[in-house]
Design a protein around this ligand. Structure first.
Ligand SMILES: [Zn+2]
Ligand SMILES: [Zn+2]
Ligand SMILES: [Zn+2]
Length: 244
């Protein structure tokens, strides 16, 4: 296997640095290095991104759109119906592949899709606060042919559950309820994540000023605080339709 090499007397067997280009793992490394060095312009805000940072960046646009947080000078909004976690548009497919019993990898038709380590991406970090990853919806039936549950981006699960699993939706709280603990844990978004991505209010709590240590849920304390302050809740923007 050959790949692009610099000028060299010994090309195509070695590049100018002496790297043996005919060895697949070296060629693969060069290809990967080329891939990670590519830059793309965010469809929404135009900022130039490393292609491997797209998911984390666009996740912020999606979550802010979901909660109606305005962003000035966007070139375009993310689509309101099941936005792709890589580009913010509706049309891209998303799937999860099981590489091993414990390792998942996303697979998408999006031209901006990139590989990422699934496990770390599910956890908030200051550098990559968005945990928008594809999730299996275990409330949906298994696909008869693939034997898998349908896959949705995490930030799209609110609308999916609300529209397709209304028995798991509490209309008064405008939140899912009665979810299996495993799904609930995967679905949850921490106050730190909301705060880092510019969302100050959710149905469960005010995020600013007082950041609890556990995930956002509607607690007696937060209810009391809302009642005391009489501040209106910010709800997610309504989508016209959700579903695959
Ligand atoms: Zn952007
Ligand atoms: Zn896409
Ligand atoms: Zn479902």
């Amino acid at each position: 296997m050959l790949t692009t090499c610099g000028a060299s007397d010994s090309f195509p067997y070695q590049d100018a640095t002496g790297l043996a280009c005919g060895i697949i793992e070296n060629a693969t490394r060069l290809i990967l290095e080329k891939q990670v060095s590519e830059k793309v312009s965010c469809h929404q805000c135009g900022v130039i991104l490393k292609d491997i940072d797209v998911r984390g960046h666009v996740g912020g646009h999606i979550l802010r759109s979901l909660w109606g947080v305005g962003e000035d000078k966007l070139r375009q909004q993310v689509d309101s119906i099941l936005p792709c976690g890589f580009c913010g548009h509706t049309s891209c497919s998303i799937d999860l592949l099981s590489l091993s019993a414990r390792t998942l990898q996303s697979h998408s038709s999006c031209s901006r899709s990139h590989k990422f380590s699934y496990g770390p991406a599910t956890k908030f970090s200051k550098n990559t606060p968005s945990t928008n990853v594809p999730l299996f919806c275990t409330l949906c039936p298994l696909n008869p042919s693939s034997k898998k549950h349908p896959v949705f981006w995490k930030y799209n699960m609110r609308h999916h559950i609300k529209d397709y699993h209304p028995h798991k939706w509490n209309s008064l709280l405008d939140e899912p309820s009665g979810l299996d603990p495993a799904l609930s844990e995967k679905f949850s978004i921490s106050p730190q994540e909301y705060s880092a991505l510019g969302i100050t209010r959710t149905p469960g709590a005010l995020i600013t000023n007082e950041i609890p240590q556990t995930r956002t849920t509607t607690t007696t304390k937060s209810k009391a605080k809302r009642k005391a302050t009489s501040q209106p809740e910010a709800g997610p923007s309504k989508s016209k339709k959700c579903g695959s």
